[in-house]
Design a protein around this ligand. Structure first.
Ligand SMILES: Cc1cc2nc3c(=O)[nH]c(=O)nc-3n(C[C@H](O)[C@H](O)[C@H](O)COP(=O)(O)O)c2cc1C
Length: 192
């Protein structure tokens, strides 16, 4: 049994990438601002390792406001066909501008233009307005590379707790909880 939660995550993630029909990197991201109201939505995991779990988004979005007020988050992966979930909880840090630039440069051109066109989380009068903005951005960057917009960037969730849940017969499911302890981790089992 792996006693390093990142190694275990790597194993499970590789199995999910091999078996899930759709978006194995999709994860629910929960945040709560200063009013304490929890909010949850899906985002895509774009990098992970012992430093933490990285996603990218619009830094003027509702989730970004909540993270400014309260820089903590929870993540949830649910790999349905494997009947597994992984929960991650911890503090958030900003991904550096250089790392965000490097990732942005790997995105398809339409996604890059979309990042310029979207005022994420703001009301939109019509779909046509958004499509018009997308066309405007196409013209604006015609014939040149699309730079990363200043309002678009990444966050890294630095786990303090990671829990691995797997389906077992007769509902005797397994929950392995890893809790950060100094430079290492302690592991315990929880009743399912
Ligand atoms: C499968 C899936 C993946 C998504 N991935 C992202 C993502 O990586 N980044 C992002 O900003 N929004 C992503 N979204 C959209 C978010 O769920 C959400 O609608 C958006 O970020 C606005 O959230 P907010 O208003 O709470 O900030 C994704 C949605 C789905 C269904």
């Amino acid at each position: 049994m792996a006693s390093d939660p990142f190694q275990l995550f790597d194993e499970w993630f590789a199995e999910a990438q091999a078996s899930e029909p759709n978006d194995p990197s999709a994860m629910a991201l929960a945040t709560a601002g200063s009013d304490g109201q929890p909010h949850v939505r899906m985002v895509l995991l774009k990098a992970h390792g012992p430093d933490g779990f990285v996603f990218y988004t619009n830094r003027q979005s509702a989730k970004a406001d909540q993270l400014r007020e309260n820089p903590r988050a929870a993540l949830l992966f649910h790999w349905k066909s494997l009947r597994r979930q992984v929960r991650v909880e911890g503090e958030i840090e900003d991904v550096s501008g250089a790392e965000a630039d490097a990732y942005f440069a790997t995105r398809g051109r339409d996604s890059q233009l979309g990042a310029w066109a979207s005022d994420q989380s703001r009301p939109l009068d019509s779909r046509a307005t958004f499509e018009q903005r997308f066309e405007d951005m196409k013209r604006r960057f015609d014939g040149r590379d699309v730079p990363r917009p200043a309002h678009w960037g990444g966050y890294r969730v630095i786990p303090a707790r990671m829990e691995f849940w797997s389906d077992r017969p007769h509902r005797l499911h397994e929950r392995r909880l890893f809790t950060r302890a100094g430079d290492g981790w302690t592991e315990g089992l929880l009743y399912p």
